[in-house]
Design a protein around this ligand. Structure first.
Ligand code: UDP
Ligand code: MG
Length: 318
């Protein structure tokens, strides 16, 4: 077995049917590759028997640290909790449904250990089965984010290996609303990527509704850039320029005695200005809501239960 320890951090939500088997598959692959590892499993307030299965895992396997949230706080919160509990020399973050193929973990570990990379990101070479709306949405979102923030996350996934020092840096970020994929890129460090094909889910459905993805996209944009706020100012300036020209034209017509009724112009201007104002208010409101969320400083998650394999050292988690 390796002298280093790899913590495998996995958020789990309503996966009772497959979690026991999946963790055993990952355990087997890592053991066969002589990788000394532990599991950090976060039950994100599942409503099925997931917690029972996690407890079973903690009694059957020697290296499981599991805890349960008091309710569903979302995958991002579950990732934050898992990263707080990391004990290893490096941590592998992955999904519980084996859509992130565990077969490439040994390769990630090799890049980290032998080539000295601090972050090894698995990048989607294909997006797997997804609805057309989600595919187009993802493409649209990543190109906006790239233009606004300069980070190109197209193909990025939450399947990553992070060195312990990167995990420590992550833990210093105290935001309530996190966007793991983007914020871990923001951290920097020596990084590399390996491609992987998203495998289809064996069991159950994706827990990400289009609405949930949309909310995550808003969090991502607001946490990376305030450029939309500057766009509001720019829009105002364009309107000022437009009104200047229209004003001169109107006055000219008036003095020439050619003033027309102008009903259509008035209606159109009202509609355009009205909706632009609404959009601007919406953009400002989104940032204010984000500030409100942050200043409340509520905990990111609440842990209600823990289950720890006998051999594993006791850990603290808020
Ligand atoms: N997940 C979670 N909380 C949630 C939704 C999902 O912890 O509110 C977990 C889920 O159990 C899985 C991972 O996040 O381990 C990815 O979820 P899913 O497979 O539904 O998403 P997709 O693969 O479609 O992105
Ligand atoms: Mg999945």
């Amino acid at each position: 077995m390796s002298t280093y320890l790899i913590s495998v951090a996995i958020p789990v939500y309503n996966e009772a049917k497959q979690i026991y088997e999946n963790i055993n598959i990952i355990h087997k692959i890592l053991t066969e590759n002589n990788i000394n590892h532990e599991f950090i499993l976060v039950d994100d307030g599942s409503r099925d028997n997931t917690w029972k299965e996690l407890k079973r895992l903690s009694s059957d396997l020697p290296n499981v640290f599991a805890f349960k949230f008091s309710r569903n706080f979302g995958k991002e919160a579950a990732l934050c909790a898992a990263l707080e509990a990391v004990n290893g020399d490096a941590c592998v973050v992955m999904d519980s449904d084996l859509q992130h193929p565990p077969e490439i973990i040994p390769q990630m570990v090799r890049l980290w250990k032998e080539e000295g990379y601090d972050v090894v990101e698995a990048v989607k070479s294909s997006r797997g089965k997804e609805s057309i709306i989600n595919k187009i949405g993802a493409h649209f979102f990543y190109s906006i984010l790239k233009n606004l923030s300069g980070f190109n996350l197209d193909g990025a996934s939450d399947f990553k290996l992070l060195d312990a020092k990167v995990v420590n840096s992550w833990n210093t970020m105290q935001e309530r609303n996190t966007f793991f994929r983007g914020m871990s890129a923001w951290l920097g460090y020596k990084r590399t990527t390996i491609p992987f094909e998203v495998v289809d889910r064996k069991e159950g459905k994706s827990k990400w509704s289009t609405l949930k993805l949309f909310k995550l996209a808003i969090t991502a944009i607001t946490s990376f850039t305030s450029l939309p706020l500057q766009l509001v100012t720019l829009m105002g300036m364009l309107f000022l320029f437009g009104s200047f020209i229209l004003g001169i034209y109107t006055l000219y017509m008036k003095f020439k005695g050619m003033a027309v009724s102008g009903f259509t112009t008035v209606i159109l201007l009202l509609l355009i200005i009205g909706s632009t104002l609404m959009i601007s208010l919406g953009i400002i409101g989104t940032y204010i809501a984000k500030i409100f969320d942050e200043v409340k400083f509520r905990p990111r998650f609440i842990v209600s239960e823990k289950a720890i394999s006998e051999k594993i050292e006791h850990k603290n988690i808020s």
